[in-house]
Design a protein around this ligand. Structure first.
Ligand code: C2E
Ligand code: MG
Ligand code: MG
Length: 360
């Protein structure tokens, strides 16, 4: 194809010098490739991306050396045209780790390694209104892999599609099981939706299928979207949200305050709730700036007719500060950690259920 290997010998024995020699040749090659070339009828300009890896006799197989040079070349490509990069072992390790995780993630559903944890959302009286569903991956070798590690991999590999569908189905099955009991039938579940999942043309049908198959009430399901997701393609977002809203499904805007939504954009979205990001809650009792931001978000939500929940509430002081600003719903370690369904239900049994008709 259009890939070539340049093998340099007689390089210096000192690594730094050898590197400088290899880089000098790379620069020369780039300049040569970039020289205009007269083809019949037009001038042609070429470019190249070069990956460099240094080696000593016998310190790696040919296959391994070519792979390293290839990794470095892709780094050069990513940095823009006409570039060279030296092989970086740390980057290679990160890439390999990622590839291994992706391969493992492919089997995770069938192997039964994925599980849902539930974290309570409580009102000012401490009553549990529902829970956020948080995905957990327990891998036999890698141990507990955090969502921060595997959700991005699931996104880029497309695995988020089957995984997200599985999460929706599990959450809906849980809602329909709760509907059988007077003590739990009021509970709602909030499910995180990633961009790739939401943008899929079948997303609306996927949600409707999960609801229909389980018999869960759509009015008990909340989907959490992020600001960057909704703003990426507002027309598509509004169309999908409206279609689901029509069935009774509601939407919360997750990590609110960290993105760039404007009031004008927000009011176009059929939202139900804003979730104040943990970063503003963290220092709310000590940082007047954060308190002012939270107060602004709550005021804005009220003007738009939206409910507000604060996430990442860890201390009574944070809860009190939020309560003074009239935040009505909380989620965080102060109330409980995300936990498996059995533990979540055991906690529920100790808390009074909310009175169905509140005065607010
Ligand atoms: P998120 O949706 O903002 O979820 C809240 C995160 O904050 C969770 O992290 C939760 O464990 C953590 N958290 C809750 N209370 C506290 C607290 O008081 N203090 C602190 N420091 N942290 C708290 P987790 O479970 O690691 O999830 C991280 C992110 O991964 C989530 O952020 C969400 O964006 C994503 N995620 C989790 N499950 C799913 C899923 O099923 N689908 C998709 N697409 N994304 C998911
Ligand atoms: Mg969330
Ligand atoms: Mg969040």
């Amino acid at each position: 194809g259009d890939e070539f290997v340049v093998l340099m010998d007689h390089l210096s024995n000192a690594e730094g010098e050898a590197q400088a020699q290899a880089e000098a040749l790379a620069r020369q090659l780039l300049l040569t490739a970039a020289k205009p070339c007269a083809l019949p009828g037009q001038m042609h300009h070429g470019s190249a991306s070069i990956g460099i890896c240094l080696f000593r006799r016998g310190n790696a197989s040919i296959h391994e050396l070519l792979k390293r040079a290839d990794t470095a070349m892709y780094q050069a490509k990513n940095a823009g045209r006409n570039n060279y990069r030296l092989f970086d072992p740390a980057l290679q390790a990160a890439l390999e780790n990622r590839a291994a995780l992706e391969a493992a993630l492919r089997d995770a559903i069938l192997a039964g390694q994925l599980a849902l944890h539930f974290q309570a959302q409580v009102n000012q009286a401490g009553q549990v209104l529902g829970a956020e569903v948080l995905l957990r991956w327990q891998h036999p070798l890698h141990g507990n892999v955090t969502p921060a590690q595997f959700i991005p991999i699931a996104e880029t590999s497309g695995l988020i599609l089957p995984i997200g569908e599985w999460v929706l189905q599990q959450a809906c099955a849980q809602l329909s099981a709760w509907a059988e009991h007077p003590r739990t039938q009021h509970l709602e579940l909030a499910v995180n939706v990633s961009a790739r999942q939401f943008r899929h043309p079948d997303f609306v049908r996927q949600v409707c299928d999960a609801l229909a198959r389980s018999g869960a009430s759509p009015t008990h399901l909340v989907l959490e979207l992020t600001e960057s997701l909704v703003l990426d393609d507002v027309a598509d977002t509004v169309a999908k949200m409206q279609a689901l809203r029509h069935h009774g499904v509601r939407f919360a805007l997750d990590d609110f305050g960290t993105g760039y939504s404007s009031l004008a954009q927000l009011k176009r979205l059929p939202l139900h709730q804003l979730k104040i990001d943990r970063s503003f809650v963290q220092d709310i009792d000590s940082e007047p700036g954060d308190a002012a931001i939270v107060q602004t978000i709550i005021g804005m939500a009220r003007n738009l007719g939206l409910s507000v929940i604060a996430e990442g509430v860890e201390t009574p002081a944070q809860r009190d500060a939020l309560q003074r600003l009239d935040c009505s719903i909380f989620q965080g370690f102060l109330f409980d950690r995300p936990q498996p369904i059995a533990a979540f239900e055991a906690c529920l049994a100790q808390i009074p259920a909310p009175v169905p008709l509140s005065t607010t």
